[in-house]
Design a protein around this ligand. Structure first.
Ligand SMILES: [Zn+2]
Length: 372
C-alpha cells in the first residue's frame, strides 16, 4: 500500500484486531486458543494483515475473546499516539508497553468521541520552550513556568484538591490503569484531525501495596504533564530530563514562595510529624517534600542524604507505606458525566452509551434513572 492509497475495510478492521489483541497482551496463538480453535492463528494473521475480512460472526467471537465491543473493530484509525514517554522505561517489557499503550488509547478514543459528539471546544496545552536555557538557569526557569501555569489555569496558590480533575478540565486526557509491575505512567500526544491531544496514563497501585500512596499518583501525573509542556534543552541527559520534570511537578504542587514560608530556611532538625502535616495539607509525599526542601536549598544535600538512608532503614515503600495520607481520592468523573448528559439529551442512543462506557445494557439500566 502506498501512502496515498486509503486502507481497505479489511486492512482497517485488521489493524484494529491487532491492537485489541496487543491490549490484552495476547500472541496470535494465544488469541486462537482463547477462541477455542474456531479460527487458526494463520487465519487470524490474515485478518490482521487485511488479506481477508472477517465476517460479522467472526468479529463477534473475536470481540468476546478480547473483551471489547464489536464496534471497536469498525472505528476509524485517525487517532495516533506519538512520542510515548514511559517513566521507568526499562522496567516495563516491550509486550507490556504495547499493552498499556493500547489500553489507554482505547479509552482516549472513547473520550474524544464523546467530546466530539458534544462539541466540547478543544483547549491547547501551553508549550514552554526551554531549549535555549542554560543549565545554571534551568531550575529557576522551571519554577517560574510552574507558577505561570498555575496563573493560566487560575488555581491560585493553594493546594490542588484533585490533580486528575484539574488536568482533564484543561484538555489533558488521563487514564488510570490497574497496577502493573514497573509501570508508573506515560505521557504522549495523540494526533487527530490536526489537533495534538495531550494524554497521560498512570498506574494506580492496589490499596495494600506499599507504594499505593495517592500522593505518588499526583506527583507522577504532574511529572508526566511536565514532559508534555516543557521543551527541554537537548544537552540534558535522560536522567537530567527526568529530574527537570520532577522539579516542575514539585514546583507546581507546592510553589516555592509558599513552601519557603511554611518550611523555613536553613533547617537542621525536621520531624516526621511535620512532614506528615505538610503532606496532609499539600498532597505531596514526605519524600517529595524533603526533595523539594533540598532543591530549594532549605536543607543541605547532606541532610537530604541522611533522610534517604533513614527512609530505607524504616523500609518506606519496601516493607511499609510512608506515614501520613492525603484525603483526596484523585478520581475524575468528567468522561462519565459527558456520556450520561449526551444520553439524557438523546444525542446518543443507549447502545452508543454502553459502547462509550464499556458496560452492558443491564449495567446501564441499573445506573440510569431520570430525576427530572
Ligand atoms: Zn519522565
Amino acid at each position: 500500500m502506498t501512502t496515498t492509497e486509503q486502507p481497505t475495510l479489511a486492512q482497517r478492521v485488521g489493524a484494529r484486531i491487532e491492537r485489541a489483541r496487543l491490549m490484552r497482551g495476547l500472541s496470535l496463538r494465544g488469541l486462537a486458543e482463547a477462541l477455542d480453535g474456531k479460527y487458526s492463528h494463520t487465519t487470524l494473521q490474515k485478518y490482521e494483515k487485511g488479506v481477508i475480512c472477517p465476517d460479522t460472526g467472526a468479529l463477534g467471537f473475536i470481540a468476546r475473546a478480547l473483551d471489547v465491543r464489536p464496534d471497536y473493530f469498525l472505528k476509524s484509525n485517525q487517532l495516533k499516539l506519538e512520542h510515548v514517554e514511559y517513566r521507568k522505561h526499562s522496567k516495563l517489557g516491550k509486550k507490556a508497553q504495547k499493552q498499556v499503550k493500547e489500553e489507554a488509547f482505547e479509552f482516549f478514543e472513547r473520550y474524544l468521541e464523546i467530546e466530539s459528539i458534544l462539541s466540547v471546544p478543544y483547549e491547547a496545552l501551553p508549550q514552554y520552550d526551554l531549549t535555549n536555557v542554560s543549565l545554571e538557569e534551568l531550575a529557576a526557569v522551571i519554577e517560574e513556568k510552574a507558577l505561570k501555569l498555575r496563573k493560566l489555569w487560575k488555581v491560585g496558590m493553594n493546594p490542588i484538591p484533585n490533580v486528575h480533575t484539574m488536568l482533564e478540565t484543561h484538555g489533558v486526557k488521563v487514564k488510570i490503569l490497574a497496577d502493573r509491575d514497573g509501570f508508573d505512567g506515560f505521557s504522549a500526544f495523540a494526533s487527530t484531525e490536526g489537533h495534538r491531544i495531550p494524554t497521560v496514563a498512570l498506574s494506580r497501585k492496589n490499596a495494600d501495596d506499599v507504594k499505593s500512596d495517592v500522593t505518588r499518583l499526583r506527583f507522577t501525573a504532574m511529572h508526566e504533564l511536565a514532559h508534555l509542556i516543557l521543551l527541554l534543552p537537548d544537552y540534558l541527559k535522560p536522567a537530567e530530563k527526568e529530574r527537570a520534570c520532577h522539579r516542575f511537578a514539585g514546583a507546581f504542587l507546592i510553589p516555592k514562595e509558599v513552601f519557603v514560608g511554611i518550611f523555613g530556611q536553613n533547617r537542621i532538625k525536621i520531624s516526621i510529624a511535620e512532614l506528615v502535616a505538610i503532606k496532609e495539607e499539600w498532597g505531596l509525599s514526605c519524600a517529595a517534600i524533603m526533595a523539594r526542601a533540598r532543591d530549594l536549598g532549605l536543607i543541605t544535600a547532606g541532610r537530604y542524604k541522611t533522610f534517604c538512608i533513614l527512609k530505607n532503614k524504616w523500609g518506606w515503600y519496601k516493607t511499609k507505606k510512608e506515614p501520613g495520607s492525603w484525603m483526596g481520592n484523585e478520581k475524575s468523573s468528567r468522561f462519565k458525566q459527558m456520556v450520561y448528559r449526551a444520553l439524557s439529551e438523546e444525542v446518543i442512543t443507549a447502545s452508543k452509551a454502553c459502547g462509550l462506557l464499556s458496560i452492558s445494557s443491564a449495567e446501564l439500566a441499573e445506573s440510569f434513572d431520570f430525576v427530572g
